[in-house]
Every structure is written in C-alpha cells, then in structure tokens.
Design a protein around this ligand. Sequence first.
Ligand code: NAD
Ligand code: UDP
Length: 344
Amino acid sequence: MRHRTKKSILVAGGAGFVGSHLCDSLLAAGNRVICVDSLLTGSPNNILPLRNNPDFIFIEHDICKEPEIGEPVDQVYNLACPASPPFYQADPIHTMMTSVAGTGNLLRLAERHGATFLQASTSEVYGDPEEHPQREDYWGHVNCTGPRACYDEGKRAAEALCFDSFRAGHVDARVVRIFNTYGPRMQPNDGRIVSNFVVQALRGEPLTIYGNGEQTRSFCYISDLIDGLIRLMNVQRNASLPVNLGNPGEFTVLELAEMILTMIPTRSTVIHKPLPTDDPQRRRPDISRAKQLLRWEPKVPLVEGLAHTIAWFSATLAEKSPAHKKGRRRLPLDHSACLTAGAR
Ligand code: NAD
Ligand code: UDP
C-alpha cells in the first residue's frame, strides 16, 4: 500500500462561505481536501481557484444520504447546513434533516474511517438567551415550534448525536458553537445582516433595520473563526464539551448600520422593517473555554474585518454590473473612512 504523507480531510459544506475558507487553509497547510457539498447555498465560485489543485476533490452530494468515500479519511468537518435565516427557513424540513440525518451519516462515515469529527454548531442553540453573555453550560431558551426551530433544534439534536457517539466510544467528536461570522464570499443575497447592509450601502439602497435595531450581535471575522476551528479539530485533549467561538465585541444592529454607513460613501439611509419571529434580543459569547483549551481569541477588530468585506463585495458587485461587462472603467470605492471608526 502507498505510504500517505498528507492528512486527508473531508469538509462537508466546503463550497459555502465558511467551508471554502477552511478548504483554502487546510490545503495551504499541506493537506488533501475532499469537499462534499450539494451547492444548496454554496457557490462553485468559492472553490473555483481550487479546482486545479491535485490535492482538492469536489463531490456534489447531499449529506442526507451517506457519502461514499473510496479513500482514507483522517478528519471530518461538518459545516453542511444553510446558515442564513431566510435560507434555512425556505425548506425547514430539509434543514432539520440535514442537521440530524446528515450529521448521523457523517458520524458513521467518521467511525468507519477512524476519523476525528468536528461539528459546526451555533450560538442559536441558546435561542433568545436569558443569560448574558452566553457560556457553554447555559442550556438555552429555544422555541421548539417556531420558524427558527428547524435550525436551532436541528443543531441541538446534531450536538446530542456527537456527544452520544463520543460517549459510546464510536467517534472522537468535537462541537463548536459558532457566533455570527462574516467576511468575503458571503452570498450577496444571503440575507444575513453584514452582507445585507454592505450590499445595500454599495447599491445606494436603504439599510433594512428589523425592529427598533436595539438587538445585539457579536461579529467574528472569518480568519479568526477558521483558526479556531482548526485548533479545536487538532487539540490533543478532547474535553467532550462544546466550545464557543466568536468575537465578544457586542454591537446593536443600529450601531452596525451606522458603522457601515461611515465606511462606504453612499446616499443610503435606514428604513425599519418588522422584527422576524423569535429574533434573539442579545447575543455575546463567553470565550473563556476557547481561551483556556485552544489558546484562541479573535484578533481582527470589527472595523478591520468590515473593510476587507466591503472591498470584496465592492469588487464582486462591480464585476457583475452591466457597466463593467461593457468594459467601462469602474470607480474605486474609498475605504479610508474605515480607519476613523473605532474598533471594539
Ligand atoms: P453557507 O450557507 O455559506 O454554507 C453552508 C454550505 O453547506 C453550503 O455550501 C451549502 O451548499 C451546503 N449544504 C447545505 N445543506 C447541505 C446538504 N444537505 N448536503 C450537502 N451540503 C449542504 O453557510 P456558512 O455561513 O458558511 O455556515 C457554515 C456552517 O457553519 C453551517 O453549518 C452553519 O450552521 C454554521 N454556522 C455559521 C455561522 C455564521 O455566522 N457563518 C454561525 C453559526 C453557525
Ligand atoms: N437584521 C436586520 N436587517 C437585515 C438582516 C438582519 O436588522 O437586513 C437583524 C436580524 O433581525 C437580527 C440581526 O440582524 O436581529 C442578525 O441577523 P442575521 O440574520 O445576520 O443572523 P442571526 O439572526 O441568525 O443572528
């Protein structure tokens, strides 16, 4: 048998926003990457630059059916699941089945290959939290019959599958609870707050504030999250406990809108729209466990991450604009204002 020099790593959801950045980092570190994705919410463009890499394999596949991988697998990252509320609510039963049946299928695959497993869970397991900030030992406050339940309860069930598999000695499973993460490669029509506000401001459209805008979120830049995911997968001691990964800086929706309007020269204003059902009021991670277990904490302040994100959306939207297609010169956007806004 040929001696393997590289780790072989399966990334389910690898054509998505987070997954494609993870594939990049794993390949850059000298691994072989098998990306399994149904392209439900991901985009082939995200992995286009990887397609000629001999260490990268793409398999278009829905994890609700167990994938067959005809080569050894050392690690499995399960990121496959729509993550934006409009996308995960579009087909809620499929979302729930992706988290439950899909995670079950990938755990079985990991068991057969003897692979370490990392499940992308979410701060949504805390629901509309009554404890603030959220520590991992908080059990959460989730409406199990509402429109967000397909995602929140699906992810909670997936966590239970992982910890049961670990306790039964079947799989070395690790669980990360990801808090709102943003950056380049979010889809312009994704529907989440950062992509919506940036795209709206770049197009000169009003920024859509849901409710009064006093609700808060904590925003983590993509490179910080990727670093945390890889650390959790590779940490020697599996504490068999979930780990929060997120940036503890907490901002209201209105503060985020103001910051983006300062950073992008635009005629945009804000308009208010109804608050979605069960929209959590406050969210901020307690990251003590990640600090202690992984020696991890986020490094990129919001203003810096937003500047990268704005530059990427600006270039992406310009490429798609009719003016650009006709070969006209594109006006560069001035991001110098970013430097004046404060970082938390
Ligand atoms: P995304 O929608 O960009 O990526 C999800 C990927 O999974 C897409 O490429 C999609 O095509 C694929 N997918 C969906 N259902 C599938 C299925 N049944 N079979 C195979 N592939 C499927 O979202 P993202 O922001 O990159 O999120 C990635 C993961 O991280 C998700 O599991 C999400 O729940 C979790 N997460 C993300 C955030 C965040 O802020 N980005 C926060 C919490 C949790
Ligand atoms: N939000 C908003 N305008 C938008 C998109 C989202 O005001 O165009 C609000 C949304 O109501 C929520 C917060 O921003 O309070 C974060 O929403 P997102 O969908 O990004 O993530 P999640 O609710 O899953 O944290």
